[in-house]
Design a protein around this ligand. Sequence first.
Ligand SMILES: NC(=O)C1=CN([C@@H]2O[C@H](COP(=O)(O)OP(=O)(O)OC[C@H]3O[C@@H](n4cnc5c(N)ncnc54)[C@H](O)[C@@H]3O)[C@@H](O)[C@H]2O)C=CC1
Ligand SMILES: O=C(O)[C@@H](O)CS(=O)(=O)O
Ligand SMILES: [Zn+2]
Length: 435
Amino acid sequence: MARTYLKKAPRTAQTDATETQGIVRGILTEIREGGDAKAQEYADKFDNYSGPTLLTQDDIDAASVKVSQKLKDDIQFAHDNVRRFAEAQKASSSDFEMEIQPGLIAGQRIIPVNAAGCYAPGGRYSHVASAMMTVTTASVAGVQHITACSPPQGEEGVSPAIIYAANLCGAHKILSMGGVQGVAAMTYGLFGLPKADIIVGPGNQFVAEAKRQLFGQVGIDMIAGPTDSLILADGNADAEIVAVDLVSQAEHGYNSPVWLVTDSTDLAQKVMTRVPELIEDLPGLNRDNAFAAWRDYAEVIVCADREEMAACSDEYAPEHLTVQAADLDWWLNRLTCYGSLFLGEETTVSYGDKASGTNHVLPTSGSARYTGGLSVHKYMKTVTWQRATRDGAKRVAEATARISRLEGMEGHARAADVRLHKYFPTENFDLSAQD
Ligand SMILES: NC(=O)C1=CN([C@@H]2O[C@H](COP(=O)(O)OP(=O)(O)OC[C@H]3O[C@@H](n4cnc5c(N)ncnc54)[C@H](O)[C@@H]3O)[C@@H](O)[C@H]2O)C=CC1
Ligand SMILES: O=C(O)[C@@H](O)CS(=O)(=O)O
Ligand SMILES: [Zn+2]
């Protein structure tokens, strides 16, 4: 059976991409030339902020006072979970050395980058959890210079809870600046910051595009733009919970796609009836975001069976993937493209977003085809080293000389020749590529 679209989206993540690219290119060029003053000008233009860019200890202390103890406890709880998961990830890969051939020793070292720039979004909501997700993983990775950066909320500056969380999780500097100008400031080393080796963190289409354009000059974790979510549900799923979960992620923004993939037309219709009612019941900004996201980006797809559902999901490669269907182990083994997977009704994307410990900075717009989400590994370089005894490298030198000559790379060949002649002056070697 062909897939049936009960609801097809008129817009996708690619809509307006060209316009966004042009806007971001222009801002980056101006800031590269105009430095601190130009970045500050954009902060003023987009976020109505002309206050101090780098927070002092007094600013951090003042923010801490504004955060309730109840919220501090929850931030600590979530931070502990994210940290413990990140520590286990770090332990899952390690340095090693081995004797590849007798006398030829090679090894791997895993070295953290020196400076990371961690973006926590703040345009529509105060993304406290993003500060935790990015700064905690950088800290566990062992990054020496961690800058947290978030947009100011007008002249009030960065949300106190974001400042509190970034500081708790290990940020060394906190930059009150958002969007392209925030990413540029960390990349170019403006305001006295160390130039970032990697920029991580989620953001809207402008932030994601700035990271994409700067990649190469600076490392990036991935494209983590507007949130997207897909739910795989069979006929036994609870339509109310499916609908609530779809709406929970559509509230991110007007351009946050949510997709339902099911083998039950009955479930699909119940969910499609319920979602608009749930959206209507949200508070103002959330309602406007979810309303537009559902109207313009959402899709409801009916498939023949679970195999077709899984294939459909892998094509979409969603950032968040939820399964509310029988036989969760089958889905776990079958699905291959997602940022983070939520198995069963008992868990939900919101848990991962805020507090369960897996990272919420995840690949969007199909980039889960080739990458996972933020982890300590994104900050860590897997590098190699080698050393050899003279005898241990003898065979390697001969092979190197001949392969190099076959390739036409005489200079490479001579680096091997010179060693063979120095270390084994009495021996004759056939170092030509021909028989
Ligand atoms: N993929 C992931 O892991 C996650 C993604 N997100 C996404 O992050 C995003 C957050 O977006 P926002 O609330 O907007 O906060 P944001 O911090 O990403 O963006 C705010 C900034 O956008 C810039 N901006 C606004 N309008 C602009 C324009 N016309 N031209 C150039 N720059 C402009 C301003 O400089 C402002 O500081 C959402 O799309 C959400 O879905 C959030 C959390 C996780
Ligand atoms: O894209 C995401 O991971 C977001 O859903 C995370 S949060 O809800 O903004 O914390
Ligand atoms: Zn979310």
